[in-house]
Ligand binder design. Structure first.
Ligand SMILES: Cc1ncc(C[n+]2csc(CCOP(=O)(O)OP(=O)(O)O)c2C)c(N)n1
Ligand SMILES: [Mg+2]
Length: 342
């Protein structure tokens, strides 16, 4: 998030949560320079172009990609040493092409936001986008492992002053609320917003009491899709019918009230904006339990043929298993993604 704002050459994130524009730019470039990263999602790494990697840990060089050049050292110092050796190019054709594609991708993203969903199937993209508009420009966001990572990465705009915390190395569930507790303790002056999954929140429900005990003005926004959504998606993409991913949740708003602070259930898309405003403006902790669409999908920027096949197979298996309604809902709620594929 730190390099994103005001960078005129930005083309978005890459990887599983990323944008097609970043994927495309990385694959079409002659040379890719990796600074302090080797990208965990190997499948998204280009293989045909020249890759230069700079990292202070030599053992990371070439770990996930075939390198043309690997340099062990501090990124800043290494770049300073390399810059005088570079010949500046003035042809901006490639850059402009990538930026134009990124604009299109961003426009396409807004398609998701236009559809706010329906009763008990509020579109999470719409919720995240509305939250992005209403939150402070220096807010601290935390995102639960699961679909909230996707909504956060795609719809919360970096301003240079905002921070986003997640369990990005370990991918452990239930991180958003405890991270928000830590953030609120260390930054009492900041607005702290936890984007929680219903599965994640349930896992550490007891921590809701800690928020009250220490009077932390944390805003808990629950993307309550009544499922372990990310895992359900992984099963579907793997060609299996989902199994044991449904959640029977308590009334989280009532739980918040029992803990000593306000909670509100949001069932209708029309209520989202007002409820978010009320939550963010409240002086103290607040929980919003938003009933989101359990079939909302986040497709990676590049869709593997096998993944599409897997999805079809799982849909067929659901149909065979008699879950016709669910199949129809999944297809219907993802027609927008199909547009992205064409
Ligand atoms: C401790 C732990 N258990 C299991 C997982 C596997 N896992 C990753 S995301 C996820 C589902 C999360 O569900 P929820 O919090 O409701 O978020 P959603 O994806 O539905 O938005 C699971 C089970 C994990 N990453 N960490
Ligand atoms: Mg969930």
């Amino acid at each position: 998030m730190d390099i994103q704002p005001n960078n005129p050459n930005e083309v978005g994130l890459t990887g599983l949560l990323g944008f097609p524009s970043a994927y495309h730019a990385m694959h079409e470039a002659d040379v890719v320079v990796l600074l302090g990263t080797d990208f965990p999602y190997q499948k998204f790494m280009p293989v045909k172009n020249k890759i230069v990697q700079i990292d202070e840990s030599a053992e990371r060089l070439g770990r996930r990609a075939k390198l043309e050049l690997g340099l062990a050292g501090d990124v800043r110092e290494t770049i300073k040493a390399l810059l005088p050796l570079l010949e500046e190019k003035t042809d901006v054709h490639f850059l402009n092409e990538q930026l134009a594609f990124y604009e299109k991708v961003k426009e396409n993203q807004l398609e998701y936001v236009k559809d706010s969903g329906k009763e008990n199937a509020i579109q999470p993209e719409y919720v995240a986008h509305t939250l992005d508009r209403l939150a402070e420009k220096d807010a601290i966001f935390t995102v639960d492992t699961g679909m909230c990572c996707v909504w956060g990465a795609r719809f919360i705009t970096g301003t240079g002053k905002r921070k986003m915390l997640g369990s990005f190395n370990h991918g452990s569930m239930a991180n958003a609320m405890p991270m928000a507790i830590g953030a609120a303790l260390s930054h009492p002056e900041k607005q702290v917003i936890a984007m929680c999954g219903d599965g994640g929140l349930s896992m550490l429900l007891g921590d809701m009491a800690t928020i009250f005990q220490y009077k932390l003005p944390v805003k808990l926004i629950v993307f309550n899709n009544r499922t372990l959504g990310m895992v359900k998606l992984e099963m579907e993409v793997g060609g299996m019918p989902d199994n044991e991913t449904d959640m029977i949740n308590p009334d989280f708003a009532m739980v918040a009230k029992a803990m000593g602070y306000p909670g509100r259930n949001v069932h209708l898309p029309e209520e989202v904006e007002g409820a978010l405003k009320e939550c963010l403006e409240h002086n103290g902790p607040y929980l919003l339990n938003i009933f989101t669409n359990p079939n909302a999908l986040a497709l990676p920027p590049k869709i593997e043929f096998e993944q599409v096949m897997g999805m079809t197979k799982s849909m067929a298996q659901l149909m065979l298993g008699g879950k016709m309604d669910e199949v129809f809902e999944t297809v219907k709620s993802n027609y927008k993604h199909i547009k992205g594929l064409l």
